[in-house]
Design a protein around this ligand. Structure first.
Ligand SMILES: *Cc1c(COP(=O)(O)O)cnc(C)c1O
Length: 424
């Protein structure tokens, strides 16, 4: 058998560069890089083939898909989905136009009116807004629950359908005991009928598949904003859900009928630029993040520094339980750091404004996981949809600063930080 047909025996570094090599979506015989596809509709040789295309979409079979219309299925998206499913140990994946489109699809595909979501309150700001401002209109309510404790599962409500959390939460890197939670849910589900089973849905954007694989820990669906580290260069928006087999078709149906399709030119970029460089970028970012977290933790001006690889990290035990280690046994702590400064909120603003004004290697901007190092103040920016009471339960103090480490030299980043500290 040709080695080309057996990608599973290759190391992740190789696999991310070459993909499946022979994909049902495209043959690679003639292209080093798969062609950039730009098509809305496809030529069908007969009415029968058109009918078959719709039939196959609803009842997927193995083999080359019948391409009908881009909102149903598309070659670049399909190849990207194969790579994400591989990275997440998933049966499959479905791409969406953005991370929020993927998150809303998970909920829409699996809930009905009067179902309950239990969610940790520490979430990406727009997810919090989706749960509080939109879902209640459809009779789907959210109970906020600090998932550090699992005692709420001793007596779970009958209408509990989704437990929602972020594997490493935005913005303060909170880590819930995901593995233990999935173990408990699995036992509870033994006594619940199919349509009342509790699903665990995890946003794995901060962690990336290189640091955490929620499905391997027992989750049902795993979401990514592809816009962040998987794309990595700050040029494309995208989202994806990687899941167990039974959710693939419902998710594809939601995409077809709600229309949140990933633009094929964006998926082509993510497939050919983001994915092949993901590990390289992640390792460089992580190496720098460790040094920068150590620097901040020792600095006289800082109060709290959240980073999984710090010994006194608040969720250290959960990090060791849920995050991956590399072949040297190093915890994959990632590239995100959150910290607070001593003093009041104005001091924080002054510090971040000094960086915005004078720093070369650090940029004041939202988003994360990019080649460039970014800084922001979540409460005033990405998490401004939270009310004053909500931020207390979510532990997002007004003066929390979030740093996403890029691939610049760590010495330069530390130097830019120290210049701002000195000017405070
Ligand atoms: C950015 C982000 C999202 C939303 O992704 P978009 O691609 O911007 O829609 C969701 N979850 C987390 C954790 C994020 O950081």
């Amino acid at each position: 058998m040709s080695e080309k047909n057996n990608p599973n025996k290759f190391d992740i570094d190789t696999r991310l560069v070459h993909g499946k090599s022979v994909s049902e979506a495209w043959n690679f015989n003639n292209h080093l890089i798969p062609p950039m596809t730009s098509n809305t509709t496809y030529r069908l040789e007969s009415v029968e083939r058109g009918a078959q295309g719709f039939q196959n979409f609803a009842e997927p079979k193995e083999g080359i898909p019948i391409w009908v219309y881009d909102r149903l299925d598309e070659p670049s998206n399909l190849m990207l989905e194969e790579q994400i499913a591989y990275l997440e140990n998933a049966d499959g994946a479905v791409t969406f136009s953005s991370g929020m489109s993927a998150i809303s699809a998970c909920v829409l595909a699996s809930t009905k009116s009067s179902d309950l979501i239990v969610s940790d309150p520490t979430l990406y700001g727009c997810t919090f807004s989706f749960f509080t401002n939109h879902l209640p209109k459809f009779g789907i309510n959210t109970q906020w629950q600090d998932l550090s404790s699992l005692s709420f599962l001793d007596n779970p409500p009958e209408n509990l359908r989704i437990i929602y959390l972020e594997s490493v939460a935005n913005p303060n890197l909170k880590i819930a005991p995901l593995k233990k939670l999935c173990g408990k849910v699995k036992k509870i589900n033994l006594d619940r009928p199919e349509d009342k089973k509790i699903l665990v849905v995890v946003d794995n954007t901060f962690a990336t598949p290189l640091s955490c694989n929620p499905l391997s820990l027992g989750a049902d669906m795993c979401v990514h904003s592809l816009t962040k580290n998987i794309e990595g260069f700050g040029t494309e928006l995208g989202g994806v859900v990687a899941s167990k087999k039974e959710w693939i078709l419902p998710l594809r149906m939601i995409r077809k009928d709600f229309g949140g399709v990933l633009n094929s030119r964006s998926s082509w970029q993510i497939l050919n630029h983001g994915i092949p460089t993901l590990k390289l970028r992640f390792e460089k970012q992580q190496e720098s993040a460790k040094k920068i977290a150590d620097y901040l933790a020792l600095h006289a001006e800082t109060e709290i520094v959240h980073y999984p690889n710090l010994k006194d990290f608040k969720y250290r035990e959960q990090a060791l339980d849920n995050l991956k280690t590399n072949s040297n046994g190093d915890l994959q702590s990632g590239y995100m750091i959150a910290f607070t400064l001593k003093g009041d909120e104005d001091r924080t603003k002054k510090f971040v404004n000094l960086i915005a004004k004078d720093s070369y290697s650090i940029t004041l901007a939202v988003s994360l996981g990019l080649t460039k190092t970014l800084i922001e103040v979540p409460r005033l920016m990405t998490h401004s949809s939270y009310g004053d009471e909500d931020v207390k339960t979510a532990d997002i103090p007004n003066k929390l600063i979030r740093l996403s480490i890029g691939i610049e030299s760590s010495e330069d980043i530390i130097n830019d930080l120290s210049v701002a500290f000195e000017a405070l």
